[in-house]
Design a protein around this ligand. Sequence first.
Ligand code: MD3
Ligand code: FE
Length: 210
Amino acid sequence: RVVAPGAVHVPEWLPVERRAELVAACRRWARGPVPLRHTVLPGGGVMSVRTVCLGWHWQPYRYARTADDVNGARVAAFPDWLGDLGRAAVAEAYGDEGAAEAFAPDTALINFYDATARMGMHQDKEERSSAPVVSLSIGARCVFRFGNAEGRGRPYTDVELASGDLFVFGGPSRFAFHGVPKVYAGPADPAAGLRAGRLNLTLRETGMAS
Ligand code: MD3
Ligand code: FE
C-alpha cells in the first residue's frame, strides 16, 4: 500500500454505489457552468485529458474563481459531502484521525481520459498548502507513473490504478513528478454507470483566501 513516504495506494476503496454517485455527479458538473473541456496551455499545447473544476478553477498555472480561459463563468461550488469523502480517504490511507480532521479541501480537479488520453510527467505546485492530495479513480485501468521530486526521469514506480482505487499523496511525496502514460481501452465500469474511459478526481487545498 505504501508506494513511497506519504504516498499510499488503497485498491478498491470506493464501493460501487459510491462510484456510481460520483459518476452521476461528474456528468452534471461536466455540463457546466464551466464545461468539461481540453485545457489549452499558455504555449498553445492542448491537453488530451478533459477537465472540469469545482470550488476553484485551475487555469494553467493558477487558481481562480472564474474560468477566464473557457467561458468566464464562476466554477460550481465544492460540495461539503466531497470534503467529507476526502477526510475519510485521508483517515483510511494514513490511519491518522488528526490528519484527516485537518484536511479541508476547497477544490476538485476532475479529469476524464478516453483510451488515447495521456498526462505527461509534471509537479502540482500551484497549491499554497502542504496538505495532501486525494486521488480517486473510476473506470478504465491506467498506468500511473510516480516519480521523484528532482525531475521527470527515473527513478519512478509504475502503478496500475483501477476503478475505485484511492491514492493519497502527502509529506515528501506531495511534490513528486507524476503522470499517466497509458489508459487501457475496453470496458470501464458499467456497474458504476461509466461505459468507457477513466475519471480521476483529485481533492486539494488551494491555500487561497476565502
Ligand atoms: C502526486 N492527475 O490532476 S492523479 C493532476 O490520474 C494529475 O488524472 C492524474 O496528476 C490523473 O494533476 C494523476 C494522482 C496525483 C494527483 C496529484 C498529485 C498524484 C499527485 C499531486 C502531487 C503528487
Ligand atoms: Fe498532477
